[in-house]
Ligand binder design. Sequence first.
Ligand SMILES: Cc1ncc(COP(=O)(O)O)c(C=O)c1O
Length: 393
Amino acid sequence: MIVLINWDSKLSENVKAVPPSGIRKFFDIAQTMKGVISLGVGEPDYAAPDKVIESCIHSLEKKETSYTSNWGLLELRREIAKTFATRYQLKYRAENEILITVGVSEAINTIMQALLNPGDEVLIPDPAYLAYPACVKLASGIPVLVPTECENEFKLTVEELEAAVTDKTKILLIGYPNNPTGTVMDKESLKKIAVFAEKHDLIVISDEIYCDLTYDDNHTCFASLPNMKERTIVLNGFSKSYAMTGLRIGYACGPAEVMQSVCKVHQYSMLCAPVTGQYGAITALRDCKEEVEAMYNEYHTRREIVYNAIIGMGLPVFKPKGAFYIFPDISSTGLSDEEFCDKLLHEEQVAVVPGSCFGKQGLDHVRISYASSRDNLKEAMNRMARFVKKYQG
Ligand SMILES: Cc1ncc(COP(=O)(O)O)c(C=O)c1O
């Protein structure tokens, strides 16, 4: 006899509260179609630098296939500490203030598990990376989305933060350069947010995975602002600027007192990050400046191509200052963002992502990733221009 299980009644309420990723939905449909140019997923179109691949192979040839310390290879942590010291004059102890994680994805989830109690609130700019509110919910916290406005280039303001903070707020979770908007916060604006965080005694989680991809200003590390190092956990990783998404290496740097607890969650859920990727990451930090610069220069050029094309279509958009995304307003087509993406995919075989996947403030926008070749981008922009013209009427 077959026993039918009512799985819905068995699932965790936290899991049920999290919607499936809207990015993957369009990506999965696009994969079943022919001739699609996908500007949907936020992944470099490059492979990892050759030197990284060689060092991964070399580590395997030396039969380096064991677990590492829960914290990650000390050699890698030391290299990360050196990078923070030279780039931002920030001192982190490799022994107990830097944790190597399975991408920034794991770091976000692990930190939320380590810090949140049921009902704790986490302030998150809207729009932002969709894993932020999901991980808060999975850890029984409450994501409080703080609206940012297109007219203000989606910058986070203290006024909006003050309107959202309550006595239950524990964490401010930010990520600049921003996915999906390409917004970069300048140092003076970040300083005001730092004063806000101190006033309300908040922990700040700052996801700086796109820090090497800023086109107009230098990146400001949030922990380098006055009094912020002691209340900030900085996240970063190798997926984007080193094109190492599948090697799954990220890291979190913060005060030893909290990192001990973060490591405890990591130890029981991951044990350690993949050893092969960790060897690749050491080489990435030591030897791949030129490769990173070449990819950066190429993204810079592609940003111009896509920005000029979108301006030519008459869609309102601001020029992104970082990452590899652009976020035009498509309301003049009379289509919702979901309809726009659905019709663009089926009529012109171009995949982009509805802005509302990233929060309510993303409604009427679409996210276009320009981590694709110039030829692909030019062809996709031609197709999109034809599509927009048709619906603008
Ligand atoms: C803002 C942001 N943070 C984190 C991640 C996840 O990165 P990782 O590959 O290190 O898990 C992404 C990936 O798209 C991202 O856009």
